[in-house]
Design a protein around this ligand. Structure first.
Ligand code: PEP
Ligand code: MN
Length: 338
């Protein structure tokens, strides 16, 4: 259920309604919007019988029943697009935000080199994994805290905020010491304890769609994070498994306008993991912007042949420059900037 407050409702009136919701044994979630505040209610099993009492509170405009299974992430709850700010980067606004960087932090030299390139070419955040979820237990699985320290150094050198993956609840406190944005990867999209812990962390989250997850699964996973109080979530379409194995994954471009209709959260696209090949990354990136994505996350390496991880799909800085140029034109064609 959603309580829509009057545009001029005072903070005290909003607080009174929240208190009344708590007294009824439910959880209030105040969501300030550009014109008015809405208060979401969770914790109820069905229609709230006492809703009539809540209508009588000063400042309450109307009460709306939310019919979707996800509530806080839905457009029904919040009509306006949510903006997620990470350093100077904003996801969900008129500017398409691009995150660039290596798949994984391999060394100080490699990370600083790639960071300088992507910054120069217009990326607004740096990606790089210190904890890598690898399909094989024998593959390189990241430098751990040393990798986080290198990322912090790259941030100091470039000014770019850092986006890095957290794989489990145990390492979350350590990752929080370094990351500007927590990445929850496709393989962990349904790690519910991790989602809840990220929901309690005061840090933006990049939530990647699991490769066998429906849009509804993704939105419900995001709901876990919002239900713990963290509204700073960016969703990411990164390709799913279908009957077709001609690409590493199948980029679900159609999911972008669907998610934008169903949810107020920003959605970005990862054309690197979807395609699995550098020569197919740029067309997918172009398509993502044309379809309304709020940003991209793209793997870049200055020496892909010697990359420890995902070298086949890493763009050289020159290709990243081309991608930025082409996507900039497409962004302009759909009324945005890059
Ligand atoms: C990544 O972005 O480094 C990654 C492992 O992606 P995904 O979780 O989408 O496979
Ligand atoms: Mn990768």
């Amino acid at each position: 259920m959603l309580i829509v407050m009057d545009a001029h409702a005072s903070p005290a009136q909003i607080a009174d309604v929240c208190r009344a919701i708590e007294q009824l044994g439910y959880v209030p979630h105040a969501m300030p919007g550009p014109t008015r505040t809405a208060i979401g209610i969770t914790g109820n099993k069905g229609p709230i019988e006492e809703s009539q009492t809540l209508t009588r509170f000063p400042g309450v405009r109307e009460i709306i029943r939310v019919t979707s299974p996800y509530k806080l992430v839905s457009r029904e709850f919040r009509e306006a697009d949510t903006l997620v700010q990470v350093g100077a980067a904003v996801f969900g606004g008129p500017t398409v935000a691009v995150i660039g960087g290596p798949c994984t932090v391999e060394s100080r030299e490699q990370t600083l080199t790639v960071a300088a390139h992507v910054r120069e070419l217009g990326a607004v955040a740096l990606r790089g994994g210190a904890y890598k979820p690898r399909t094989s237990p024998y593959a390189f699985n990241g430098l751990g805290e040393q990798g986080l320290r290198i990322l912090a150094e790259a941030r100091a050198a470039t000014g770019l905020p850092i986006v890095t993956e957290v794989m489990d609840v145990e390492t979350l406190p350590l990752v929080l010491e370094y990351a500007d944005m927590l990445q929850i990867g496709a393989r962990n999209m349904q790690n519910y304890p991790l989602l809840r812990a990220a929901g309690r962390a005061n840090r933006p989250v990049l939530l990647k769609r699991g490769f066998a997850a429906t849009v509804k699964d993704l939105l419900l996973a995001a709901e876990y994070i919002l239900s713990e109080g963290n509204q700073q979530v960016v969703l990411c379409e990164r390709g799913i498994r279908t009957f077709d194995d001609s690409a590493r994954f199948t980029l679900d471009i159609g999911a972008i306008p669907i998610i934008k209709q169903l949810s107020h959260l920003p959605v970005i696209v990862d054309p690197s993991h979807a395609s699995g090949r550098a020569d197919r990354v740029i067309p997918l990136a172009r398509a993502a912007i044309a379809a309304g994505a709020d940003g991209l996350i793209v793997e870049v390496h200055h020496d892909p042949l010697h990359a420890q991880c995902d070298g086949e799909q890493a763009l050289l800085p020159s290709a990243f420059a081309q991608m930025m140029d082409e996507c900039g034109k497409i962004a302009a064609a759909v009324g945005r900037t890059l």
